[in-house]
Design a protein around this ligand. Structure first.
Ligand SMILES: Cc1cc2nc3c(=O)[nH]c(=O)nc-3n(C[C@H](O)[C@H](O)[C@H](O)COP(=O)(O)OP(=O)(O)OC[C@H]3O[C@@H](n4cnc5c(N)ncnc54)[C@H](O)[C@@H]3O)c2cc1C
Length: 285
């Protein structure tokens, strides 16, 4: 096996606006968007990706920033992990986002990686994908025919695959402002070599019917733990016994992706333990 550590040659276009990016993507079907570059560039160096052109969004300031509205929080797709964690209102409204960002990669990854890139890349072991889904998020994507909103449940299709068209740019991420009773948390067991999630569990619960529990790492895409959600949604009190029952049921019906590091039984046990820890952390808030 020949080890290559440099990409194949490619053209480069620095986008001047989202319209410009969409037009260049539509005219060059082998082009790819460059955001933080922390998934795409490694994939190009390993020759797992060989785009003919990169369309660089990094200078588009209109894709940056966080706005807290009365009903929804709007996050520009090019907002980095660091900028998102530190934005006004995020820690109070979404503690699970802060917890997830705290365990993503290293400081360089957090300074450059973007929320739009993380969601578009849909790595099966990504952290923010599960948190986004647990918070009921959606994305706004702009393509040649204008904008459309894609619900989180419709965005993630399979390993590294989303329902985005190749010429579509995620411009915004929308998160509904949670009700006062909603509590969220994220817990992860990181692979000791890569730091990526072997299993991560994101929860958002209010003890009055709202229960969102989403796993990453163990499955081909972020997936709702429906059995746990059912138990939590039917409970009026998120006490220890309810959390234990939800955690025990959490892996039910999942199609798990074992690896040499983690067998199916180990993944299922991690899901139980991390569901319990995330729920316990959330209700303590
Ligand atoms: C050493 C290292 C450790 C890491 N550890 C973790 C970890 O622990 N947890 C974790 O979750 N991630 C981890 N990552 C990945 C990191 O979070 C990436 O930054 C992220 O997955 C992709 O974001 P990006 O902005 O870098 O996107 P890029 O790499 O620039 O792009 C990724 C993909 O998304 C597409 N894309 C980007 N932006 C858009 C957009 N606005 N609209 C449509 N398509 C778009 C690109 O074309 C490309 O296909 C790690 C990365 C490295 C290098």
């Amino acid at each position: 096996l020949e080890l290559r550590v440099f990409p194949t040659s490619f053209a480069y276009h620095r986008a001047t606006s989202v319209d410009d990016a969409v037009a260049v993507l539509a005219a060059n079907p082998d082009a790819k968007i460059l955001a933080g570059g922390h998934s795409l560039i490694p994939a190009m160096k390993l020759r797992l990706a060989a785009p003919g052109m990169l369309v660089d969004l990094t200078r588009l300031s209109e894709l940056k920033g966080v706005t807290v509205g009365p009903d929804a929080v709007t996050i520009g797709a090019m907002t980095t992990y660091d900028e998102l964690r530190d934005a006004d209102g995020i820690a109070e409204l979404f503690p699970s986002i802060v917890e997830a960002i705290g365990v993503i990669g290293d400081q360089q990854v957090r300074a450059h990686g973007t929320i739009g890139g993380a969601l578009a890349h849909n790595d099966p072991a990504a952290d923010l994908t599960a948190v986004f889904l647990s918070l009921g998020g959606s994305v706004v994507a702009q393509g040649p025919n204008g904008e459309r909103t894609i619900d989180g449940d419709d965005l993630f299709v399979d390993l590294w695959t989303t329902s985005l068209e190749v010429e579509e740019v995620i411009t915004k991420v929308l998160l509904p402002v949670p009700g006062a009773a909603v509590k969220s948390a994220y817990r992860k067991h990181a692979h000791p070599a890569s730091g990526y999630a072997v299993v991560g569990v994101a929860v958002a619960v209010d003890g009055a019917g709202k229960a969102s529990v989403v796993v990453t790492g163990a499955t081909s895409k972020p997936t709702h733990l429906a059995a746990a959600e059912g138990i939590l949604a039917g409970a009026t009190n998120l006490d220890e016994a309810t959390i234990a029952a939800a955690a025990e049921a959490a892996p039910t019906g999942l199609e798990l992706n074992p690896s040499p590091y983690a067998s199916e039984a180990y993944l299922a046990q991690l899901i139980r333990v991390l569901t319990s820890r995330a729920l316990t952390q959330a209700v303590s808030r």
